[in-house]
Design a protein around this ligand. Structure first.
Ligand SMILES: Cc1cc2nc3c(=O)[nH]c(=O)nc-3n(C[C@H](O)[C@H](O)[C@H](O)COP(=O)(O)OP(=O)(O)OC[C@H]3O[C@@H](n4cnc5c(N)ncnc54)[C@H](O)[C@@H]3O)c2cc1C
Length: 402
């Protein structure tokens, strides 16, 4: 075992940290308060190679390993959750699915420009009436000749009003839809430019305010059969595969949020005085900071293990789920305690911890709710759940691809 990051990893971490501190951190409070997503962030992230960080160079990416994706996610969420969400949907959920399940033609047409940041991508599974219960989605894709016609609505989609391409899951077998048999689901690459596509931003959201979250509607949009990802009936498997990658970025991101809570709390606790001493001297305040530190370290080890398994080309659904569940729940506790340590000042936007508190909650809901992950982990232990091999697996990291 080797827990050390390579020089390349450390350089990536430093690059993201310096960019975030210089170009985003000074503006994030205003962006957040104004509920504004700044699209100029995307070309900057592309310039840094973050939009294709672990995509092989032959497909336009930076050719780094999967641990690098975790490092970038942690460093981005240290600044703001909205930055990490971009990497989660664009790289984790979408691009890695194309890399693994896509045809060579699909990779050339979509993956290469995505990895270079010329196309922005996201993932559309959730619908107004179905989130955890994927079988409950209503979007249908009807085949006529060499086209599919997709009709439905996707809701709570990160970058819905920004992205150019969408990985969409829809029913292609209507009998199986009735029977709730997931082998009737298929996955499609949908372009914003397709006729009948429309999108909007959710305005009432109260967290991740500097991020774009929205909906998109598909009104009989015409999708070439060549845009089906994988084979007919593989949509559910592809969606679950995508979540293995997305959850990894969420786990590492939540780890960054815990670190941000820890650092802000430690700084404040040494500035603020109560009862004649710095509040850091009070044991109950120390306890909250100590728990942030232990949760940070545990969360970090958990996502690092997932990254290592991905590099090795080994299945990691169980480990990644655990990392995501643990880190997100811990980040909610850390953010609550960070506000607590700041007292009334924590209840104001003058300090960042209120933003951390609002931002952390989303990750306890998306990419498998806390309850879904609780059940999954219990089922692994109880032997009710095992992971079966799928036709396509995430390619192991090959150092030669750099
Ligand atoms: C900020 C944000 C960004 C998002 N981005 C995306 C995105 O980019 N793409 C996308 O496809 N989706 C996205 N989502 C949607 C997200 O994945 C769903 O919200 C999530 O899957 C939960 O679904 P739901 O909201 O419909 O809740 P429901 O599934 O209706 O669950 C409601 C509650 O019931 C509980 N529950 C449900 N079933 C069970 C069960 N069997 N046992 C115990 N408890 C249960 C849940 O844990 C939860 O507490 C996003 C959500 C948010 C908040």
């Amino acid at each position: 075992m080797n827990f050390d990051f390579s020089d390349e990893h450390l350089l990536l971490e430093q690059t993201v940290r310096e960019w975030g501190a210089r170009d985003v951190a000074p503006r994030i409070k205003d962006l957040d308060r104004a509920h504004t997503f700044d699209p100029r962030i995307l070309p900057q992230m592309a310039e840094l190679g973050l939009l294709g960080v672990c995509i092989p160079a032959e497909y336009g990416g930076a050719g780094m390993d999967y641990v690098s994706l975790g490092i970038a996610s942690e460093a981005l969420e240290y600044v703001d959750t909205s930055l990490r969400v971009i990497v989660s949907v664009h790289v984790g959920l979408n691009s890695l699915s194309l890399l693994t399940w896509g045809s060579e033609e699909q990779k050339r047409k979509y993956l290469v420009p995505q990895a270079q940041g010329r196309l922005i991508a996201t993932f559309g599974l959730t619908e107004p009436a179905a989130g955890s219960d994927v079988r409950g989605i209503q979007t249908v894709a009807v085949q006529r000749g060499d086209r599919y016609y997709l009709t439905g609505e996707k809701m709570w989609i990160s970058l819905a009003d920004v992205a150019d391409t969408f990985l969409v899951v829809a029913w292609t077998d209507l009998d199986k839809k009735k029977a709730r048999d997931t082998s009737g689901l298929s996955a499609f690459i949908v372009e914003r430019a397709f006729k009948g596509f429309s999108s909007g931003t959710l305005k009432e959201k109260w967290g991740i305010l500097a991020g774009n979250t929205g909906y998109f509607k598909m009104d009989e949009i015409e999708v070439p059969a060549a845009n089906m990802l994988g084979r007919p009936g593989e949509g559910f498997k592809i969606a679950m595969f995508a979540l293995d990658q997305g959850r990894y970025t969420v786990a590492a991101g939540a780890t960054g949020l815990i670190r941000a809570c820890r650092d802000a709390s430690a700084t404040y606790a040494k500035e603020r005085r109560a009862f004649g001493v710095e509040i850091a001297q009070h044991q109950l305040v120390k306890q909250m900071i100590a728990e942030m530190e232990s949760d940070y370290q545990v969360s970090r080890l958990l996502w690092m293990r997932s990254g290592w398994l991905k590099n090795e080309g080994r299945r990691n659904t169980r480990e990644t789920g655990l990392a995501k569940w643990y880190a997100t729940v811990a980040s909610e506790k850390a953010a609550g305690n960070a506000v607590q340590i700041h007292g009334a000042n924590g209840y104001s936007d003058d300090y960042p911890v209120g933003r951390f508190y609002r931002n952390c909650k989303g990750a306890v809901i998306y990419e498998g709710t806390r309850e879904v992950h609780t059940l999954m982990q219990a089922d692994y232990v109880l032997g009710y759940r095992t992971d079966r091999p799928t036709r396509c697996e995430l390619p192991p990291y090959a150092a030669s691809s750099t």
